[in-house]
Write a protein that binds this ligand. Structure first.
Ligand SMILES: Nc1ncnc2c1ncn2[C@@H]1O[C@H](COP(=O)(O)OP(=O)(O)O)[C@@H](O)[C@H]1O
Ligand SMILES: [Mg+2]
Length: 344
């Protein structure tokens, strides 16, 4: 048996599980053996880690030299994250950063002809080691933990180990949470797109990124509603379209959970609802009613400014009765009693 350091035992123990969550990791395993990472070394400064990552670039690039020139800070994880899309003939180039956010950055990419598209959007999640996982308890209740194939692992053989890791926020736990978060977005996009909802068409999920249809053109991405002023007539149409997608979600037992004018794109009259990692199961998450109510309230606030007056409580009540066959008063009364949880 080869000599082992205590520090790496930790890795070996979890390798099997890691692989399910993260098939991409197999490549990295080999690299890790050659050049073991000091998991237990004193905490490095972020900058030092970035430098180190950037040093691996030669190895990672493998002919993939994007047109878009990211900052050194961004480069390592961008290339590592998008490499699978390049290798699997989904994209051929990265053209521009559409928007960089706290949770993720979205890039405009040149699509591989086999996709039937000319442009694609790649949503790259922040690398897990730099992610401050948002307080996701509210959303996580009653939903499965998804592995890299989109399978729920909470019923499986390793449930206890996985739940323990999630609770303790070990490196493995953070990775499980990260993969699960991303796969919830991907599987939701698939379900909703197949159901005919106005959402991006998903193409491929990789360890750290999702490739989906791009909305916009070569020069600019579709604006989000919060930056757009609408004529009342157009506003009414857009509102109905967004609500139609909310209803398709409810038909599938889903609530968006972060719906607002910031997560709706409008391009040449076409509405696209985006940003689904935090979706909740309406039948299993006890916060679903409150989240749906907040989603609708935020939408109504925006549309009121566009000259469309809609009663959020009434719409919520109608939907709750129709899709849950339950009395909305349970939720509404609760909301007025406990204004406690903050508007995220
Ligand atoms: N498919 C897409 N096509 C064009 N632009 C997109 C697409 N998806 C996201 N964007 C842009 O990227 C931004 C961030 O994406 P989003 O999914 O909302 O992530 P987050 O808000 O968590 O950072 C959006 O506000 C939108 O401007
Ligand atoms: Mg968003």
């Amino acid at each position: 048996m080869s000599r082992r350091y205590d520090a790496y035992e930790h890795y070996d123990k979890y390798e099997d599980y890691e692989e399910w969550f993260d098939p991409m990791r197999t490549d990295r395993k080999a690299r890790r053996r050659r050049k073991p990472k000091a998991n237990h070394a004193p905490k490095k400064r972020k900058e030092a880690i970035i430098e180190e990552l950037a040093d691996h670039l030669v190895e990672l690039e493998g002919g993939f030299k994007p047109t878009y020139t990211p900052s050194r800070y961004e480069k390592a994880w961008l290339i590592a994250s998008l490499q699978p899309f390049y290798e699997q003939a989904i994209i051929t180039d990265v053209l521009a950063l559409v928007k960089g956010g706290k949770e993720a950055s979205v890039y405009r990419c040149a699509a591989h002809p086999s996709t039937g598209e000319t442009l694609l959007a790649a949503k790259v999640y922040r690398p897990r080691m730099f992610r401050e996982l948002r307080n996701d308890r509210l959303y996580r209740e009653g939903r499965g933990v998804l592995d890299a194939d989109g399978h729920d692992v909470t019923g499986g053989l390793h449930r206890d180990r996985i739940m323990r890791a999630l609770g303790k926020k070990t490196e493995f736990g953070v990775q499980v949470a990260h993969t699960s978060w991303l796969m919830h977005e991907f599987t939701t996009l698939k379900t909703l797109h197949e159901a005919g909802a106005s959402v991006p068409k998903p193409f491929l999920a990789a360890e750290n990124a999702i490739a989906m249809s791009y909305h916009g053109d070569e020069a600019v991405a579709a604006p989000t509603l919060n930056t757009v002023t609408l004529e009342p007539q157009e506003a009414r149409r857009v509102f109905d379209e967004v609500m139609h997608t909310v209803e398709i979600m409810l038909e599938h037992g889903l609530v968006h959970g972060d719906l607002s004018a910031y997560n709706v794109l409008l391009w040449q009259g076409k509405v696209t609802v985006i940003d689904f990692p935090q979706v909740v199961d309406v039948h299993r998450n006890p916060n679903a009613g409150a989240l749906l109510h907040r989603d609708i309230t935020r939408l109504c606030e925006y549309f009121a400014r566009q000259g469309v007056e809609r009663d959020a409580d009434a719409i919520f009540g109608h939907l709750w009765r129709r899709y849950l066959r339950r009395n909305p008063e349970e939720v509404l009364a609760d909301l007025s009693r406990a204004p406690g949880w903050s508007e995220g």
